[in-house]
Design a binder for this molecule. Structure first.
Ligand SMILES: Cc1cc2nc3c(=O)[nH]c(=O)nc-3n(C[C@H](O)[C@H](O)[C@H](O)COP(=O)(O)O)c2cc1C
Length: 205
C-alpha cells in the first residue's frame, strides 16, 4: 500500500477499518448466490453495536431477503421517473436489500430532522462496511422512489426511508457492464482518503 493514499493512521499503522474502507467499492453487477444468514447476522450485529455506542436511537436498518417482499420493494424503488436512475436493479442477482431509515422528531424541528438523516446515513455506512468485511458487495441508492418503497414496506416507528442498498455476492470478474462504466466515469476519480479523512469524536461536535 502507498503511504500517501490514506491507508495509514496518524501513527503510521494500517488499521483494519482503513483496509475495509479502501477495499469497498459500489457494485452494480452481482455474482450468483445469496448472502448467508451468518453474514446478514454479522451486519445487523455491527449496526446494533454502533447504534448503541453512538446513541443513534432514531436510525433504523432493515435487511430484506424473502422473495415476494424483496421483488415488490425493488419494483416500488424503480417506480416513476426517479426510479429509472437505477436500471440495473430490475435484473439484479443480489438477493437482499438493506433499507436505511430515520425517525424524524414529532415537532418537525429542522435541525433535529437533519441530524436524524445524518445519523441514519452513518448507520447505513456501518452496514455497508460490515458487509464488505464479510466479503459481500453493496451499492448505496438514493435515486429511488422513496414514497413508493415506504408504502410497500413501512418501516417501524414511522421511520422515513433515507436510502437503500443492494446486498449480494461480488461478481467473479468485472467485464463490460454498467459497473465497469461507473467505475471508469466516477469511482476512479475517488479522492485519496487522506484528503477527506477527519479524526474527530462525535461527542465533541
Ligand atoms: C447517498 C448516496 C446515494 C447514492 N445513490 C446511488 C444511486 O441511486 N445509484 C447508483 O448506482 N449509485 C449510487 N450511489 C453510489 C455512488 O455512485 C458511488 O458511491 C460513487 O460513484 C463512488 O463509487 P464507490 O462507492 O465505488 O467509491 C450513491 C452513493 C451515495 C453515498
Amino acid at each position: 500500500m502507498r503511504k500517501d493514499d490514506g491507508s495509514l493512521n496518524l501513527k503510521g499503522e494500517v488499521t483494519p477499518l482503513m483496509q475495509v474502507l479502501l477495499k469497498r467499492r459500489s457494485v452494480r453487477k452481482y455474482g450468483e448466490g445469496a448472502a448467508s444468514d451468518d453474514q446478514v447476522a454479522h451486519i445487523l450485529e455491527c449496526v446494533d453495536r454502533f447504534r448503541q455506542v453512538a446513541g443513534f436511537e432514531r436510525s433504523r436498518i432493515v435487511i430484506l431477503g424473502d422473495e415476494p417482499r424483496f421483488k415488490a420493494v425493488i419494483k416500488a424503488a424503480m417506480a416513476g421517473l426517479v426510479g429509472k436512475m437505477n436500471p440495473w436493479l430490475a435484473l439484479t442477482r443480489a438477493r437482499h436489500l438493506i433499507l436505511a431509515g430515520a425517525v424524524y422528531p414529532p415537532d418537525g424541528d429542522r435541525a433535529e430532522t437533519e441530524l436524524a438523516i445524518k445519523q441514519a446515513a452513518m448507520t447505513m455506512q456501518v452496514a455497508i462496511l460490515a458487509a464488505t468485511e464479510v466479503g459481500l458487495a453493496t451499492c448505496w441508492m438514493a435515486g429511488i422512489n422513496h414514497d413508493r418503497v415506504e408504502l410497500e414496506y413501512p418501516l417501524a416507528d414511522g421511520a422515513r426511508l433515507i436510502a437503500i442498498s443492494a446486498l449480494g455476492l461480488p461478481p467473479r470478474r468485472i467485464g463490460v457492464s454498467w459497473d465497469a462504466m461507473m467505475y471508469h466515469l466516477v469511482s476512479k476519480r475517488r479522492k485519496p482518503l487522506e484528503e477527506i479523512w477527519m479524526e474527530e469524536r462525535w461527542s465533541d461536535l
